[in-house]
Design a binder for this molecule. Structure first.
Ligand code: CA2
Length: 145
């Protein structure tokens, strides 16, 4: 089972800035934990990680997943609230996708309450910090196996 994990803009700043909102761990910490968790769940799970600040690169990566990946975990970061194009890409490839947010976007500013991408996803996990990525993987795994 091949799972693509996509992280959007500014998430490379984790562990460097704003620890009071996003925690003091790095994106690499999240990726390492997810690799360990995947191995615990099922040795047949393989993960590939991709991170970009650019909307078009994220769309290219989603399109390239067609016929290559069984599932996608995506934290689109700020593009969550703006990107019809990423939403269209997720719908176009038809790959089961789970949206993740470290923070609870519904308890933050009003503009963060809408996701253009979540309606095209199997589900959304928000507010559980880095554990959310593991929750997303478990949900995808159960849906795909
Ligand atoms: O809670 C999440 O995971 C978000 O996707 C994070 C985005 C935000 O725009 C979404 O509304 C919710 C922001 C990512 C920025 O990450 C930073 C990490 C450390 C320091 C500064 C930014």
């Amino acid at each position: 089972m091949k799972i693509l994990v996509i992280n959007g803009p500014n998430l490379n700043m984790l562990g460097i800035r704003e620890p009071e909102i996003y925690g003091s761990f790095t994106l690499e910490d999240i990726e390492k934990e997810l690799i360990s968790y995947a191995a615990e769940l099922d040795s047949n799970i393989s993960l590939e990680f991709f991170r970009s600040n650019f909307e078009g690169e994220i769309i290219d990566k989603i399109q390239s997943a067609l016929n290559c990946f069984d599932g996608i975990i995506i934290n689109p970061a700020a593009y969550t609230h703006t990107s019809v194009a990423i939403s269209d890409a997720v719908a176009a490839v038809g790959i089961k996708t789970v949206e993740v947010h470290l923070s609870n976007i519904y308890s933050r500013e009003e503009f963060r309450h809408n996701s253009y991408i979540a309606p095209k996803c199997l589900g959304q996990v928000a507010g559980f910090s880095k554990t959310g990525y593991k929750m997303a993987l478990l949900g995808l795994y159960e849906a795909l196996k």
